[in-house]
Design a protein around this ligand. Structure first.
Ligand SMILES: Nc1nc2c(ncn2[C@@H]2O[C@H](COP(=O)(O)OP(=O)(O)O)[C@@H](O)[C@H]2O)c(=O)[nH]1
Ligand SMILES: [Mg+2]
Length: 317
């Protein structure tokens, strides 16, 4: 299989291991309590395991799938020991994720024949959109790609300034207007400017005010429409950013946003410093939208391309 051929960089693995530390320690301490005093996997252990998975934010549906699979194994092998549970869980979670088309990439890439590649970033305030854009700009730039940023979150002056900080930090051009200006107008200018500059990647930051879904929907539709005047098939990717530390709330936001606009990929941020890293397993299993990136810290290099094999590997190490 292809993933055996891929070599994961040592630094990437270390960052991921560190980012998942809290999730792991919480998960495995719950797991050891769940099997305490039990030599074999029986109904009690399965019930406890279900609780462990749900309370680790894997999500109810995905948890039930995992439990079903383990039940099947138990019915085949009545004397399945609890000491094997780790390995079994690992296999079943890996198997589950393998059925989704998410998490196969190992590197930051964009399609070769799409220039400029227009990426529109959406999500509610505070989830990490601007930070993710800054990190992406840095990664794409490292690949020698020309990046242009657009500050179409015009509702807060701080939002524009923050993108400016990332533009300066990554030495990437930014297109901005005053606070309160029309986001679609900023998006249009950015795409136009990107085309003029021969940009490879154009990344548009947006405001996500979920409390007014109709407005949000209209606004995102308008942004898309004006960009298409310049690049007819833009945006090539609509990336929804979700804050992993909010657990089930991230699932809810994904549901809401996919109703408001067509989302083509997901980024799950703030997996460091939270015990809710299980959301990534649930989200990759449940949404028909690939999880492309995970945020594992505030630093410029703390964004990773989500790879399910690396993730499971790091989790069960
Ligand atoms: N620990 C951690 N913090 C993050 C991550 N991504 C973003 N943040 C922080 O989350 C806060 C909000 O991020 P921001 O990019 O402004 O969110 P936006 O409102 O969606 O644009 C900032 O303090 C970021 O530093 C991450 O992966 N890990
Ligand atoms: Mg922002």
């Amino acid at each position: 299989m292809s993933f055996f051929k891929k070599i994961f960089s040592k630094e990437k693995k270390e960052t991921l291991d560190k980012g998942l530390e809290k999730t792991k320690s919480s998960f495995f301490s719950k797991l050891s309590k769940a099997v305490a005093g039990k030599a074999k996997v029986d109904d009690d252990v399965l019930d406890n395991l279900e609780e462990v998975l749900v309370s680790s934010d894997v999500g109810v549906e995905t948890t039930l799938k995992i439990i079903d699979r383990i039940e099947e194994r138990v019915s085949r092998d009545k004397y399945l020991g609890t000491d094997e549970l780790n390995q079994i869980l690992r296999e079943e979670i890996a198997g589950l994720l393998s059925e989704t088309n998410t998490g196969d990439e190992t590197d930051f890439i964009i399609p070769v024949n799409t220039k400029p590649y227009v990426l529109m970033v959406v999500g509610v305030n505070g989830v990490g959109k601007t930070t993710t854009i800054g990190k992406l700009a840095s990664q794409f730039k490292k690949k020698g790609l020309k990046v242009v940023l657009g500050a179409a979150d015009t509702f807060r002056a701080a939002a524009i300034d923050q993108l400016q900080v990332w533009a300066d930090r990554t030495d990437v051009p930014i297109v901005r207007q005053e606070m309160g200006s029309d986001p679609a107008s900023v998006a249009y200018d950015t795409v136009q400017s990107g085309v003029n500059q021969g940009a490879d990647v154009i990344i548009i930051d947006t405001a996500g005010r979920l409390h007014n879904k109709v407005n949000l929907m209209n606004e995102l539709t308008k942004i898309k429409r004006v960009m298409q005047k310049v690049v007819p098939d833009a945006p090539h990717d609509v990336l929804l950013v979700l804050d992993g530390s909010t657990g089930q709330n991230a699932f809810e936001q994904a549901k809401q946003f996919t109703k408001a606009t067509e989302v083509t990929s997901l980024a799950v941020t703030k997996l460091d410093g939270t015990a809710k890293g299980g959301v990534v397993i649930g989200i990759s299993d449940q949404f028909q939208i690939p999880v492309k990136y995970i945020g594992v810290g505030e630093g410029i290099d703390d964004l990773q391309v989500f790879n399910k094999h690396e993730f499971v590997d790091s989790f069960f190490k």
